[in-house]
Every structure is written in structure tokens, then in C-alpha cells.
Design a protein around this ligand. Structure first.
Ligand code: GAR
Length: 208
């Protein structure tokens, strides 16, 4: 059983999708820690309801190195195997992916590598997607490397953009995709079935 930590900053609907999939026996893992960088977020309430310990590690007014070091210390002292970023809005210093190579997942609300990078999170992503005029968007789950939003892609799926979409309506439909593909990606990683070459990944069962 892999021990998983989930990092959050907000509502935690992706955290909930992971909790539900683990509870349903779909993923051979145990979510044993939730770390939030903000104290009053609903994600912490979700963790408490599921009986998962939640800790707050503030990022505000601290250097990236400083908060990342504290997060890494916590992950290591709890002997965490895999890490899921689920709506975590701060960038982690490279020391974390270096300590957890190919063992950290992130969910992003666009078809990466488009519309990613520093400062691209939440509704800002959907606003940029709409302004670009693209006809499709989607969600991506990828491995976290030192380069923001550019690690190997594990799962991805698309959403068609309607003429009357707003960032909010798009966010709702993309979120549904996120909730479906994030548990799939964690399952593949936890089962050790992910093959990686450069930016490409394969999982026999998923892509057959
Ligand atoms: C999700 O849409 C996630 O993809 C996005 O924040 C939202 C968190 O929702 N993350 C990013 O934009 C990261 N760059 P949640 O708290 O309900 O899971």
C-alpha cells in the first residue's frame, strides 16, 4: 500500500475524488496526509471528514525554498511514497521533485503544455483559453518535474468549447474531467504500471 500525501489550497474537489476512489478500493494506496498552505480551506474539512490528518504549512511571505523545505521534511517524516498536487496554487522548489522523482502528480485545468506555467491556475487558465479562440480545452494529470507544468503527461481528456461559455461554465465541465482522470492517473502510478520516456508515458491497460 503506497502512502499518499495530497497538497491543496482551496475547495478540494479533486482531493475528494481521490478520497472516494481510494475508499471504493480502486487505488492500492492510503491517503495519509493532507497539506494545505492556507488554514481555512474546505479541503481541510474534507480531510477531517475522511479521518485524514491535515496540516497547514504557510507559504505567504516565505521564500519558495523555505516552504518547500518544510513540506519536504513533513513528507519524509511521514514516510510518504507518492504526492498529489490537487489545486495547490504555489510553485514548489526543485528540491521536492528531486527528492520524489516520478512520484509527484499534478492536475491542471487545460491541455498541457498549452496554457500552463507560473501564474496559470484556476479561472485565469479558462479566461486565457477563451481569449485564445481555441475550440477545445481539457484537463491534464502530469508528473511534476522542476519545470512548472511541463512534466510527462499521464492522463488527459478534452472538453469542447461552446459559443456561450464563460470561464466559470468551462471550469465546471473541465473539473468533471479532472475528477475522472486524477484517480486513474494515481491508480496507474500506485500500481507501478507507468512507463516513461522523455515527455511520453504509457500504461498498457489504459491505452490498449
Ligand atoms: C482545479 O481546477 C485544478 O485543476 C486547478 O485548481 C482547481 C482546484 O480545484 N489547479 C491549477 O490550476 C494548478 N495550476 P479543487 O480545489 O476543487 O480540487
Amino acid at each position: 500500500m503506497k502512502k499518499v500525501a495530497v497538497l491543496v489550497s482551496g475547495g478540494g474537489s479533486n482531493l475528494q475524488a481521490l478520497i472516494d476512489a481510494v475508499k471504493a478500493g480502486e487505488i492500492p494506496a492510503r491517503i495519509s496526509l493532507v497539506i494545505s498552505n492556507k488554514p481555512e480551506v474546505y479541503a481541510l474539512e474534507r480531510a477531517a471528514q475522511a479521518g485524514i490528518p491535515g496540516v497547514v504549512i504557510p507559504t505567504k511571505n516565505r521564500s519558495r525554498e523555505e516552504y518547500s523545505r518544510q513540506i519536504l521534511d513533513k513528507l519524509q517524516s511521514e514516510e510518504i511514497d507518492l504526492v498529489c498536487l490537487a489545486g495547490f496554487t504555489r510553485i514548489l522548489a526543485p528540491l521536492i521533485p528531486q527528492a520524489y522523482p516520478e512520484r509527484i502528480l499534478n492536475v491542471h485545468p487545460s491541455l498541457l503544455p498549452a496554457f500552463g506555467g507560473e501564474g496559470m491556475y484556476g479561472l485565469r487558465v479558462h479566461q486565457a483559453v477563451l481569449e485564445s479562440g481555441t475550440k477545445f480545452t481539457g484537463a491534464t494529470v502530469h508528473l511534476v518535474t522542476a519545470e512548472t507544468d511541463r512534466g510527462p503527461i499521464v492522463c488527459q481528456d478534452i472538453v469542447k468549447i461552446n459559443d456561450d461559455d464563460t470561464p466559470e461554465t468551462l471550469a465546471r465541465r473541465v473539473l468533471e474531467i479532472e475528477h475522472r482522470i486524477y484517480p486513474q492517473a494515481l491508480k496507474i502510478l500506485a500500481e507501478g504500471r507507468l512507463k516513461i520516456k522523455g515527455f511520453r508515458t504509457w500504461c498498457q491497460e489504459y491505452y490498449k
